[in-house]
Ligand binder design. Structure first.
Ligand SMILES: NC(=O)C1=CN([C@@H]2O[C@H](COP(=O)(O)OP(=O)(O)OC[C@H]3O[C@@H](n4cnc5c(N)ncnc54)[C@H](OP(=O)(O)O)[C@@H]3O)[C@@H](O)[C@H]2O)[C@@H](O)CC1
Ligand SMILES: Nc1ncnc2c1ncn2[C@@H]1O[C@H](COP(=O)(O)OP(=O)(O)OP(=O)(O)O)[C@@H](O)[C@H]1O
Ligand SMILES: [Mg+2]
Length: 388
């Protein structure tokens, strides 16, 4: 998925009024509105709210919202806009190929939740790269997933074998990498040092290949101790929970989490790691790329069963690749306007929350993660009907 017209934006900027009135501009404006504060009056000079905006002033909306209160994203509009139509002409794979790097002896649920959620949201193919112990278990949960039992933990590799095993693992994953629209690193990965070294190599490879990467769970443990893995990678998304965020803030900003200045602190964190996108999960999911900050606070469920973050990471992976594809095929210069990684976070957060809400309505106290996964489809259908 490449932008075939890298200079389109500069050309468009000189088209003046014609451009401002064009459908392409209106689409872009629509997306900016989706990210922009509401109500509009709260931002004087907010180009996204004026009647005859220009492209350059629209971009300022992002910068202006980087400090001060956090505004709610128009998440439904984002979901509607970036979700691709179900087109009979499309072939298998065009709606997305996702890979989850995770799954070890202790954790088989988390990678399954992330990978199956990617399929339920609408990806065509979902892979899991995990350890041998985890693979059979994950396969037995679902025949839909393509499971690669290639990762190794220290206990199964002697010191002398480490180098060759490590390079074999990278070769195996590299064979597939170019095909993926997004990878999710971390759900149920565990913290074995040899395994994490191998996953570091995979992350470097993904970065070289320009593959968007969602980092969650133990992936966050890995990058918190090795920030260069994501530093400056504009295609990286971190999805920390309360505890993971605390560790990141302590390590990167060398201070404690400050709830009073949550948006400024998150913005500073993103900037310090080179403009990557971070979604800080919690009562509201706060999302920033160091320039813009927005939030999704639609009520989900009062049940806090484990695994909801895994659903989120798989869903964000799909939406981020859809958003990227949408912006590229509409010739939006992603580096200058709307950040597809942020759109992916906004959409994923809303969908998880809607599904959690439906699941709770139905199952009340017994709501578990698989109940929520079953309702991802209905939740997307409510916002964006599939048609016939
Ligand atoms: N079914 C499966 O296979 C699942 C597997 N999973 C996988 O497990 C792996 C580890 O992930 P993780 O999130 O459990 O580890 P980590 O960040 O160390 O947190 C544990 C520590 O943080 C604390 N803590 C947590 N939340 C907090 C809060 N809100 N506010 C305050 N404290 C909080 C908590 O404290 P405690 O309550 O236990 O005292 C504890 O000390 C990872 O691979 C993940 O993907 C999960 O995805 C779930 C489903
Ligand atoms: N206090 C809360 N109130 C409402 N929703 C919440 C709250 N905390 C988290 N969530 C929702 O649950 C989702 C998952 O966040 P959570 O903090 O549970 O992630 P996690 O700890 O990584 O989950 P997992 O158990 O999968 O590892 C978030 O997107 C958020 O929407
Ligand atoms: Mg988690």
């Amino acid at each position: 998925m490449r932008n075939h017209c890298p200079h389109a934006w500069h050309q468009q900027q000189h088209r003046g009024r014609m451009w401002a009135a064009s459908p392409a501009f209106r689409r872009r404006l629509f997306l900016l509105r989706s990210l922009s504060p509401s109500p509009c009056a709260a931002l004087p000079g907010n180009a996204a709210c004026s009647s005859s905006p220009s492209p350059s002033t629209s971009i300022r909306v992002n910068a202006m919202s980087a400090s001060g209160p956090v505004y709610e994203a128009d998440a439904e509009a984002v979901v509607r806009r970036i979700t691709p139509p179900l087109d009979r002409a499309r072939h298998k794979g065009q709606a997305g190929k996702i890979a989850v790097i995770g799954g070890c002896r202790e954790y088989t649920g988390a990678p399954y939740f992330a990978a199956i959620s990617a399929l339920k949201v609408g990806a065509d193919l979902s892979h899991v790269f995990c350890t041998r112990d985890a693979a059979t278990v994950i396969k037995s949960y679902s025949p839909e997933l393509i499971v690669h039992p290639i990762l190794e933990e220290s206990y199964s590799v002697s010191d002398g074998e480490r180098e060759s095993v490590s390079s074999r693992i990278l070769t195996e994953v590299a064979k597939w990498m170019e095909r993926f629209d997004c990878i999710v690193v971390g759900p149920g990965l565990g913290r074995d040092s040899f395994l994490l070294d191998c996953v570091s190599n995979i992350m470097r490879h993904a970065r070289q290949a320009n593959i968007p990467t969602v980092v969650d769970g133990d992936g966050l443990f890995l990058i918190t101790n090795n920030l260069s893995l994501v530093e400056g990678n504009l295609l990286a998304i971190l999805t920390p929970n309360v505890y993971e965020y605390k560790r990141l803030v302590q390590k990167v900003l060398n201070c404690e989490v400050n709830e009073e200045n949550a948006s400024e602190q998150l913005t500073a964190l993103c900037q310090k790691i080179g403009g990557i996108t971070i979604m800080r999960k919690g009562k509201a999911d706060i999302i920033s790329d160091g320039k813009t900050v927005t939030q999704v606070s639609t009520f989900g469920s009062p049940r806090r069963c484990g695994g909801q973050g895994d659903i989120l990471s798989g869903s964000v992976a799909v939406f981020a690749s859809w958003a990227r594809h949408f912006l590229l095929t509409n010739e939006y210069p992603t580096e200058k306007s709307v950040n597809p990684m942020m759109l992916g976070c906004i959409a994923g957060s809303l969908l998880l929350r809607k599904a959690a809400s439906h699941a709770f309505e139905k199952n009340k106290r017994s709501t578990v993660t698989t109940d929520i996964i079953e309702l991802l489809g209905k939740s997307l259908e409510d916002i964006c009907p599939a048609g016939h």
